[in-house]
Design a protein around this ligand. Structure first.
Ligand code: NDP
Length: 285
């Protein structure tokens, strides 16, 4: 029988530890604070922001929203971002991306303080993920998959892991994090030949392609662990993952649903990053 990997269970387990760490920080005079920088009001951003605010409040982290007009000129945007970046009361920053088309995010990647960079924009944090150096901040979604595997005691060591997707937000960093845990990694993309055959050989299959229900029954091996990162809207307007859950579930040993899977863990990882950033700053005092 397949075990359902529920994001809420993982998030709850993380919450207890984070609450006690925040209490400890507050006793030492540090109030952890996350600043969310949002340009415009894309519905996806606003909805994620709502979830993040709720999660931070539940853990005792202050969450400041810096809302900037959608038509903000580049120089003003840089100035406003700079203010948040230099504000000593802010421990972590999350900038919603993609930015509106007229804005260039490259200068932001270069200027963001790597110690405040909670979702791996800075080349320094990206390099750390690729170097297997865990002192940086990995992308929250990629780390959410690692948290999920960890919670369900699924050790990637020695396993054949296939990751479908090679973006800098999910596929590539996640592959590096799994490699650090001694998995044997195959990264698939749109030019992969025989994607079904490659996926079917995986002990652990991670779908991060952004294509509704593209992982079908023939692409999953008997007893595989399947983690679904995709968030898609199908033709009927329903939220679904990259995995055809109903067709695949019976073959798996563990499977994560969409919604209520990996996506429910990302704000907990964000909180974990803020707590770590605040702890580091507190230690340096
Ligand atoms: P991108 O569009 O940046 O990357 C998608 C990747 O999947 C690309 O590498 C692409 O290959 C590959 N791909 C697309 N279609 C296929 C296919 N048919 N066969 C094989 N490979 C394919 O997406 P992201 O990485 O940003 O996001 C992936 C999914 O994860 C999306 O559904 C997104 O909504 C979701 N997501 C969820 C988050 C969460 O909080 N849970 C956060 C971030 C993302 P190629 O490189 O060749 O184009």
């Amino acid at each position: 029988m397949s075990i359902l990997m529920k994001g809420a269970d993982v998030a709850n387990a993380m919450k207890e530890d984070l609450i006690s760490r925040v209490e400890c920080l507050k006793e030492k005079g540090t109030d952890p604070c996350l600043a969310i920088v949002r340009v415009g009001a894309r519905p996806d951003d606003v909805s994620y922001e709502r979830g993040a605010k709720k999660r931070m409040a539940a853990i005792g982290i202050e969450c400041r929203i810096v809302e900037l007009p959608e038509d903000i000129p580049q120089d003003e945007f840089i100035r406003e971002f700079g203010k948040v970046n230099e504000d000593p009361s802010v421990h972590g920053i999350l900038l919603f991306r993609p930015l509106p088309k007229h804005l260039d995010e490259e200068p932001i990647k270069a200027m963001i303080d790597p110690e405040k960079d909670m979702d791996c924009m800075s080349p320094i944090n990206i390099a750390k993920v690729f170097a297997g150096d865990e002192t940086g901040y990995a992308p929250c979604t990629a780390e959410a998959v690692m948290e999920m595997l960890d919670y369900y005691q699924i050790d990637p060591k020695g396993k054949n892991v296939t990751v479908v997707g090679r973006s800098m937000v999910v596929g590539k960093p996640l592959s590096m994090m799994l490699l650090k845990k001694h998995a044997t990694i195959t990264v698939c993309h749109t030019r992969t030949v025989d994607l079904p055959g490659v996926c079917a050989k995986a002990d652990i299959l991670v779908a991060a392609a952004g294509k509704a229900r593209m992982i079908t029954e023939n692409m999953v091996g008997e007893g595989a662990v399947v983690a679904d990162v995709g968030i898609n809207v199908d033709e009927a307007g329903n939220l679904c993952g990259d995995v055809d859950f109903d067709a695949v579930e019976a073959k798996t040993s563990y499977i994560s649903p969409v919604p209520r899977g990996v996506g429910s863990i990302t704000t907990s990882v964000l909180a974990k990053h803020v707590v770590r950033a605040a702890e580091r700053r507190s230690e340096m005092k």
